[in-house]
Design a protein around this ligand. Structure first.
Ligand code: AMP
Length: 249
């Protein structure tokens, strides 16, 4: 069984994101970019399934600028077999990503697509669900455990009240949550080997997908600065402030 893993190139999670002076978006020039952390978990999961003999090939795909090839190479260095870059300089919204992935699924015929639950730049949490809807496949979102069986997959999901376990017929869509696994670091020899692994390139146009945005960003702004706190001397003073100043009691 083939596993397809979509990986997004995003601003590294350690970077303090700054809004551009003209409010048109966030600053991306000279900013460290990395693979979306939830996608690292997705790559790791696919590799573990392959190591356990449940998968035969792992294909990583990224939709973005030429530099997204670096993100694919990271996945290949971790242990994926092959990459596909869908090159575009335009911003690509989750619905367009899902439409592109649908085309690639039709070409590649994977048994499983493992995505991150959300990309930490747009925080949309939409692509996996949209892809499942477009394909008419079952979906197990926010996965914290994945057990592949014969023609089905059992997915334990993190939900508000605890854990829920679903059995999905294959092929299926899974999105990863934080506790699914701890991604490995790529070793230097594997980084070198990854340079020789196949990386195909295509475009949204070649796949017949219109990526014209449906949303318009009107303004991007920093969140308001947090007010300084005060120390209170007694419970009575605290209650008084909550009643009279904060108006919450
Ligand atoms: P989102 O719906 O934008 O929060 O993204 C959820 C997941 O969809 C990500 O964790 C990735 O697995 C996948 N994804 C979103 N955008 C892209 C992209 N441009 N290229 C590859 N995968 C993507």
């Amino acid at each position: 069984m083939k596993i397809l893993v979509p990986v997004k190139r995003v601003v590294d999670f350690n970077v303090k994101v700054r809004v551009k002076a003209d409010g048109s978006g966030v600053e991306l020039a000279n900013v460290k970019m990395s693979m979306n952390p939830f996608d690292e978990i997705a790559v790791e999961e696919a590799i573990r399934q392959k190591e356990a003999g449940k998968a035969s090939e792992i294909v990583v795909v990224s939709i973005g600028t030429a530099q997204a090839a670096e993100t694919i190479r990271t996945g290949l260095a971790m242990g994926a077999d092959r990459g596909i870059l869908v090159k575009t300089d335009a911003p690509v919204e989750p619905l367009a990503v899902a439409k592109i992935l649908k085309k690639l699924v039709e070409q590649e015929q994977p048994g499983l697509v493992v995505l991150g639950k959300q990309a930490i730049d747009d925080d949309a949490n939409q692509t996996g669900q949209m892809l499942a809807a477009l394909l008419g496949w079952g979906q197990g979102t926010f996965a914290s455990k994945v057990v592949i069986g014969d023609g089905s997959v059992e997915v334990t999901r993190e939900i508000d009240g605890g854990l829920q376990t679903l059995s999905l017929k294959l092929p299926a869509i899974i999105t990863t949550d934080l506790r699914l696994n701890e991604p490995r670091y790529a070793s230097l020899p594997n980084i070198m080997k990854a340079k020789k692994k196949p990386l195909d390139e295509t475009t949204p146009e070649a796949l017949g997908v219109d990526v014209t945005p449906r949303l318009k960003v009107l303004k991007t702004a920093e969140p308001p600065a947090r007010q300084a706190g005060v120390k209170v001397a007694s419970v009575a003073e605290l209650v008084g402030k909550l009643k009279n100043e904060a108006g919450v009691l």
